[in-house]
Design a protein around this ligand. Structure first.
Ligand SMILES: Nc1ncnc2c1ncn2[C@@H]1O[C@H](COP(=O)(O)OP(=O)(O)OP(=O)(O)O)[C@@H](O)[C@H]1O
Ligand SMILES: [Mg+2]
Length: 264
């Protein structure tokens, strides 16, 4: 079954296309790594798939339905998380909230079965021991794993992750990437992951999309990760290097300057 189908998909803001004429299909259970420079339309595409942005033309389907008809199948982890950290929630409470949002309200007291499930999911992401700690006091990598756990509370069939590795140090990147690999392996969730750095994620990527408003390339990693394709988007210094049978992609320092500016 196709998890996502896009045909001649154009997504606009105020009449101006941010994503233009995109075609692709992603099969159920596959993981797509979505790569492209700042402003390429990665977040825009994720938002259209998640029914957060509806100004598009062409065909866009999620498990054979319009995105807004498929909302209960979708989990979304935004680029810069929107939690107000001044509200003193524990890690466990943040995760548990993922199980009650969908009913359209937040319980004053979370039901025990929700708390129990939150504990299990927190264990799944390897953070059983931080449940009682304040979310605001966790490390960046721990926060990102808590947000993954929160998105898993609704048992999504499709998980959309907007730059889950940005703003993390290399060891935290490895931790989060291994949780994503575990989600793929054990939960068989279809995932779309936007990233500026595909190297830590290369093992989970079944398909890679290179987007720069238009679709530059879509296919298996070895089809897309080729010098001429990467250079056409990132310039002459970009390159693909095979190391011990794995492909590494150097796209320049596009992700360096954005950390200071913060995410959208
Ligand atoms: N709410 C909005 N209103 C108008 N234009 C927008 C809006 N959000 C994004 N855009 C524009 O759409 C284009 C694509 O933006 P988008 O955020 O999807 O890029 P991105 O690939 O996610 O970039 P980044 O790597 O910086 O996160 C950009 O030109 C951006 O300025
Ligand atoms: Mg973005």
């Amino acid at each position: 079954m196709e998890a996502i189908t896009a045909e001649s998909l154009t997504i606009r803001y105020d009449g101006k296309p941010a994503v233009e004429g995109v075609d692709f299909t992603l099969e159920d259970g596959e993981t797509l790594l979505l790569l492209g420079p700042n402003g390429a339309g990665k977040t825009t595409l994720l938002k259209a798939i998640a029914c957060f942005h509806r100004d598009y033309s062409g065909r866009l389907e999620v498990f054979g339905r319009e995105p807004c008809e498929a909302k209960e199948l979708i989990g979304y982890v935004p680029q810069s998380h929107s939690l107000n950290e001044r509200v003193p929630l524990t890690a466990l409470e943040v995760v548990a909230m993922g199980g009650v949002y969908r009913r359209g309200f937040v319980h004053f007291k979370l039901p025990p079965e929700t708390m129990e499930k939150a504990g299990e999911v927190l264990g799944f992401v390897g953070l059983a021991e931080v449940g009682d700690r304040l979310f605001s006091e966790l490390s960046g990598g721990q926060k990102q794993r808590v947000l993954l756990a929160r998105a898993l509370m609704s048992d999504p069939k499709l998980l959309l992750l907007d730059e889950p590795l940005s703003a993390l140090d290399p060891s935290a990147r490895v931790d989060v990437a291994s949780v994503l690999a575990k989600i793929k392996r054990e939960r068989r969730v279809t995932m779309v992951i936007t990233t500026h750095d595909i190297n830590p994620l290369i093992e989970v990527g079944d398909r890679i999309m290179l987007l720069n408003r238009r679709l530059i390339a879509f296919g298996r990693p070895e089809e897309v990760l080729q010098d001429p394709i990467i250079k056409s988007v990132y310039g002459p210094l970009a390159r693909v290097i095979p190391v011990e049978g794995k492909l590494f992609c150097i796209t320049g320092d596009v992700h360096l300057h954005r950390h200071g500016g913060g995410g959208r």
